[in-house]
Design a protein around this ligand. Structure first.
Ligand SMILES: Cc1cc2nc3c(=O)[nH]c(=O)nc-3n(C[C@H](O)[C@H](O)[C@H](O)COP(=O)(O)OP(=O)(O)OC[C@H]3O[C@@H](n4cnc5c(N)ncnc54)[C@H](O)[C@@H]3O)c2cc1C
Length: 323
């Protein structure tokens, strides 16, 4: 085929590129909203708890006032790989600053049941050869990826100077000293010759601004802050036995819901799933109690359009997924 010839299908028919382009634009337009990020609720006031770290207790420390060659903001893959390569290059004083309680970034925060990568692990997980780790699955589950992040941190000595549960709140260039002045929410006030950042796009949970979210009185949390104290179970997939008498609604039908809903459907009294739009997004889970031992007698959690409910046909039976 020469460049000037129109593209064809395997059966020889010509592909109408303009029609394909129009279709893509149509589908894109369905997903664009004029309110953009304003569609989400700000996580302040009564919503501030959605930001809390449920995984690691915060430890007190003295504020830092020293100087470093490189400071990296964010302890996910970006920070780990940059830190590792800088250490390999002989830069010893690399400080990673991370809001969460450990390395991992996405994989620190996302511990919901069923979480796993959807790019092949051998491609997705960084520094495998350097650390000698062989992924155990083609698409590794979250606990293995988090453990690998910790392995990178230990292997390259990145823990020694890391600041966890610390959020960078200010960066200012001091031209006279040729240094960045770094400020954090822990009272740190130190300098660095270079500052780099890999803060990721997904570290702030998004709550939809839907009617009722202000007044909902049941228990709720975001999938990136999974409340295993409430649900029972653990990130490795142990049954969430505390949900047996609960009616659970998941807001969101993206890849996160696809991964966690089967676990919820297995565990809880009834499980409903809803989204106004179909896109890859993280999800929020909300629960209400249902009468113990009668999962099918609970009123339908959402009967309006967009809701799909999964419930057992007999107690103990595996739920059929209907989405
Ligand atoms: C469940 C899930 C599965 C995914 N699977 C894949 C996949 O299979 N393939 C793929 O390519 N991508 C996948 N992704 C996308 C994933 O986010 C990236 O692959 C990658 O982990 C991003 O790494 P990062 O270091 O850039 O950002 P992150 O992992 O988001 O790390 C950024 C860190 O910066 C911290 N931070 C932010 N602001 C500050 C601040 N001011 N001060 C201090 N710290 C701060 C955050 O707390 C966060 O921990 C997935 C995402 C999710 C949620």
């Amino acid at each position: 085929m020469s460049v000037s010839e129109p593209p064809t299908r395997p059966d020889g028919t010509v592909i109408d590129k303009e029609a394909v382009r129009r279709k893509y634009l149509q589908e894109r337009d369905k997903r664009l909203r004029p309110d953009g990020n304003d569609q989400y609720v700000r996580l302040t006031g009564r919503f501030a708890h959605y930001l809390e770290d449920p995984y690691t207790p915060r430890t007190e420390r003295e504020p830092k006032t020293d100087d470093r060659t490189v400071v990296f903001i964010g302890g996910g893959f970006a920070g780990l790989v940059t830190g590792a390569r800088l250490k390999e290059a002989g830069i010893d004083d690399v400080r990673i600053i991370e809001k969460g309680g450990d390395f991992g970034g996405t994989w620190y925060w996302n511990r919901y049941p069923g979480a796993q990568c959807d790019t092949a692990s051998m491609v997705y997980m960084p520094l495998l050869e350097e650390t000698g780790h062989m992924p155990s699955e083609k698409y590794a589950h979250a606990p293995e990826i988090l453990e690998h992040c910790q392995r990178i941190g230990k292997h390259f000595g990145l823990y020694e100077d890391a600041l966890f549960h610390t959020e960078v709140t200010g960066l200012q260039w001091d031209a006279a000293r040729s240094r960045w002045v770094v400020r954090t929410n822990r009272g740190d006030h130190f300098t660095a010759r270079f500052v780099a950042m890999g803060i990721g796009p997904l570290h702030v949970p998004k709550l939809p601004g839907i009617p009722g979210i202000q007044s909902f009185a049941g228990h709720s949390f975001h999938t990136s802050r999974w409340d295993y104290d409430y649900t029972g179970g653990d990130p490795s997939g142990a049954p969430m036995e505390k949900l047996a008498d609960k009616r659970v609604a998941v807001i969101g039908t993206g890849a996160t819901a696809v991964q966690c809903v089967p676990h919820l459907a297995r565990a809880c009294g009834s499980c409903s799933c809803s989204s106004a739009r179909r896109r890859r997004s993280t999800s929020a889970a909300t629960t209400r109690s249902t009468p113990s031992g009668s999962p099918t007698s609970a009123p339908r959690a959402g009967s309006s359009a967009g809701w799909r409910t999964s419930r057992p046909t007999r107690p103990g039976a595996r739920r059929t997924r209907t989405w």
